[in-house]
Design a protein around this ligand. Structure first.
Ligand SMILES: NC(=O)C1=CN([C@@H]2O[C@H](COP(=O)(O)OP(=O)(O)OC[C@H]3O[C@@H](n4cnc5c(N)ncnc54)[C@H](OP(=O)(O)O)[C@@H]3O)[C@@H](O)[C@H]2O)C=CC1
Ligand SMILES: O=C1O[C@H](COP(=O)(O)O)[C@@H](O)[C@H](O)[C@H]1O
Length: 502
């Protein structure tokens, strides 16, 4: 086991949806890896909740199967044996008010055994429609008012639109204080995403040029090579804009565009991010076709495998208007970013799995080199690869070795793989540790969520008012519909994907 320094206080984690996919795939593997890395509290208990009839042993076996399949470290006998001693299962229907009193008893028992007052975390890994009822019932427990030690974690999707997000925020804020509520956006837990703050604000180099005077445009791509898999039922209510843009992509945009924080206080960081969202220029419904493009995948071939069209997927309507691809152009109306276009795109069944942010700089003001030297001239570009490659590369012009002045673009690369040992924690590890430590910096505040919805609502409303006539409009293993190329080509640019072609 590697050594951590300061561990979180004694914690009891109740996982609603303990028998579900998210817990098996992400949450338990994250807690297990934190345990191996010695980050878990000295005293902790994980209690999975669900209606399924599991004994503690059967539940642990179910979780171990998840570890073997999904965890970055597999279940070694000793480590898993030690960890699983802390895990138990409580069969309960979340709709049954009596069941909540059992949780009170469980907390009392652990606190008596440990001799300390524990932090209690309720992780709501359940379908969104269960969240209001569970939160309300938790609110009925007197001890949940302890704002210092009781926390609630809410998974995405956070609302279906601005109105429902507001309603959910109001409901939660009537029961818990904002400090007790942890709204998860797992992108914020990714190492490479957190490193954006380090890159920008721990270095003096970038800040002077990080503005409209030097930056020509910005691109954010979050492309996936999977389709909707077995999540058709969820995705039919969502689509790419709600699933990826409203949350993950806008959060990446905030990290790139925010002003320098004065401190790493959670509210300071979140204030700065919310300022960005509030400054994004509203797109009028009439203009949506100029600023946004939607797509839906057809049947075809994906890396040699035959795949179905979205409309043929399980639980998907055969005439579904839901987009599996979305691209948009945004502007931020403030002094730093006025006039700098920000292009974003995301899609399922794309040619390449890649999440990258590319910042393209303006041309040098005067070009003194001979004409023939300029043939392969490219603007400076900083590319931040979030995943699966994890690197940051800066493109600049270099003189090609030889007797003539020939320039060509080269990349200066910082690679996580080369610089570190390649054992980065998963996003959920970082975020669960933050919750236990009471650090909400990388979680979404109510106003951030609502500001994100405000940005995408005009696009959603325009698209819902005018069902697509050309769906399906892109082939699997492509980069989405042609209109997405046109969106950026109209401004004289191309989408960037990795490996970056210099
Ligand atoms: N799976 C993933 O990778 C991701 C999931 N999410 C979000 O996490 C949430 C959960 O998703 P996921 O795990 O995939 O969903 P699942 O359908 O796999 O799990 C749902 C869970 O809810 C429990 N549940 C349902 N009704 C009740 C009830 N009345 N009382 C008690 N428990 C109940 C089920 O337990 P039982 O049937 O035993 O009662 C089950 O454990 C969703 O909001 C999803 O959007 C977010 C990101 C990724
Ligand atoms: O939240 C979601 O994210 C995943 C993509 O996450 P990543 O960490 O693999 O980039 C996406 O597949 C899913 O549709 C969405 O709900």
């Amino acid at each position: 086991m590697s050594e951590s320094t300061i561990k979180p206080p004694a914690s009891i984690l109740f996982i609603f949806g303990g028998s579900g996919d998210l817990n098996q795939r992400k949450l338990t593997p994250a807690l297990y890896n934190l345990f191996i890395d010695n980050w878990m509290p000295e005293k902790f208990a994980v209690i999975g909740l669900g209606r399924t009839a599991y004994s503690d042993d059967k539940f642990r076996t179910h979780l171990l199967e998840g570890i073997q399949e999904f965890s970055r470290r597999k279940g070694e006998e000793k480590a898993w044996g030690d960890f699983s001693q802390h895990v138990q299962y409580l069969q309960m229907d979340a709709g049954d008010p009596e069941a909540y009193h059992t949780m009170t008893e469980v907390v009392k028992q652990y606190e008596a055994e440990w001799g300390v007052h524990a932090t209690v975390i309720f992780y709501l890994a359940v379908a969104p429609q269960l969240v209001p009822d569970i939160a309300t019932k938790l609110g009925g427990l007197k001890w949940c008012k302890d704002t210092q030690t009781v926390r609630i974690v809410v998974e995405k999707p956070f609302g279906h639109d601005l109105k429902s997000a507001r309603e959910l925020n109001n409901l939660l804020n009537n029961i818990f204080t904002e400090d007790q509520i942890y709204r998860i956006d797992h992108y914020l837990g990714k190492e490479t995403v957190q490193n954006i703050l380090a890159l920008r604000f721990a270095n003096a180099l970038f800040e002077p040029i990080w503005n409209r005077n030097y930056i020509d445009h910005i691109q954010i791509t979050a492309a996936e090579t999977v389709g909707v898999e077995d999540r058709g039922g969820y995705y039919e209510q969502s689509g790419a804009l709600r699933d990826m843009v409203q949350n993950h992509i806008l959060q990446l945009l905030c990290m790139i565009a925010m002003e320098a924080p004065v401190s790493f206080d959670a509210n300071e960081i979140r204030n700065k991010k919310t300022d960005v969202l509030n400054a994004i220029r509203p797109i009028s419904r009439e203009q949506v076709h100029e600023y946004a493009v939607r797509g839906q995948y057809n049947s075809g071939w994906m890396k040699g495998n035959k795949v179905k069209a979205y409309r043929e997927e399980k639980n998907v309507d055969s005439k579904s208007p839901v987009e599996t691809f979305a691209a948009a152009k945004f502007f931020i109306d403030n002094w730093r970013w006025q006039g700098v276009p920000i292009y974003v795109r995301t899609g399922k069944f794309m040619h390449q799995k890649t999440t990258i942010i590319s910042i393209e700089f303006k041309q040098a003001p005067h070009y003194a080199f001979p004409q023939e030297a300029a043939e392969t001239w490219r603007p400076n570009r900083l590319t931040i690869s979030i995943q699966p490659e994890m690197d940051i590369r800066l493109r600049f012009q270099a003189k090609r070795p030889g007797q003539s002045m020939q320039l060509n673009p080269v990349d200066m690369i910082f690679s996580y793989k080369d610089a570190y040992d390649g054992h980065e924690p998963e996003a959920y590890e970082t975020l669960l540790l933050d919750v236990m430590e009471g650090n909400a910096t990388q979680f979404m505040r109510a106003d951030q969520v609502e500001a994100g919805w405000k940005v995408v609502m005009p696009i959603i409303e325009a698209w819902e008012a005018r069902p697509p006539v050309d769906f399906p409009n892109y082939a699997p293993d492509s980069w989405g519909p042609e209109d997405a190329e046109a969106l950026i080509a109209r401004d004289g640019h191309n989408w960037v994907s990795l490996p970056v072609k210099s």
